[in-house]
Design a protein around this ligand. Sequence first.
Ligand code: ADP
Length: 269
Amino acid sequence: MKSNTMDQDDIIFVKDLTWSYHQKPLFNHVSAHIKKGKFLSVIGPNGSGKTTLLKLLMRLLPVPGQSIYYPDGDVIHYNQKQLARLISYVPQQSRIEYEFSLFECVAMSRYSYTDRFSPLSPEDIRIIDESIDALGLSDLRTRSATELSGGEYQRMLIARSLAQQSNVIVLDEPVSHLDIHHQVEILSLLRTLVDEKGKTIICVLHDLNAVSYFSDEVMLLDDGIIISHGKPETVLQRNTIENVYKARLSIVSDEKHDRMIISPLWKSF
Ligand code: ADP
């Protein structure tokens, strides 16, 4: 039985969240405990509410009071800088058209630590360079953001999030536009951030195989309802997934690699 208050191992507690877009209800008394230092995948069909939930967690939409709690209390009481140090956002791919260099794009994340108009300190520059290096982008440091490939741009967004030094990183479909090599590279990096740096990753993913392989926890949404939330093997049950996605699936356990292989049968119900 889940408690109705924030647990000690929670980084975020969603309590009875009710939320509508222009009178159209989406979430109706939704609650969830999001655990610290875990990789949480948020899954569900298109339109089920994944992006909206992430935006509410980030307070990018007007959050009702007493609905979303962080370790220091109700999210509505955090100021922008406090929020930015706790949680950073890698949105669905949206490119900036200005001629900022990759370094400058990553540097923008440091404004939660500095005054917007003061110069970056040597410590800021060290953190920015380390983040760029961690994503293998050092050679592109001075390249204009408009001249990065899709994979490079995505890695730049993650470097920006790293340089923000938030405990929680929220990512909306970070690998959807990438080839398999870059998908593996980015998801492995996110996994390392959890395992070695204790970060919490909250990530919308569509590839259920990647979900099974990389996540500690999975939250399955359908039409604004959390259908299931728990370990991948608990949530990724054939009946549940087939009903929610309205698709036939084959699910096989790959014990050698401790994961499930999930593929559509390419037949609709
Ligand atoms: P998902 O990320 O799972 O695809 P979304 O959170 O984007 O789902 O959308 C959930 C529901 O909210 C959908 O029915 C969508 O049409 C609706 N919705 C999303 N954004 C808006 C908006 N800005 N105004 C009105 N309705 C919206």
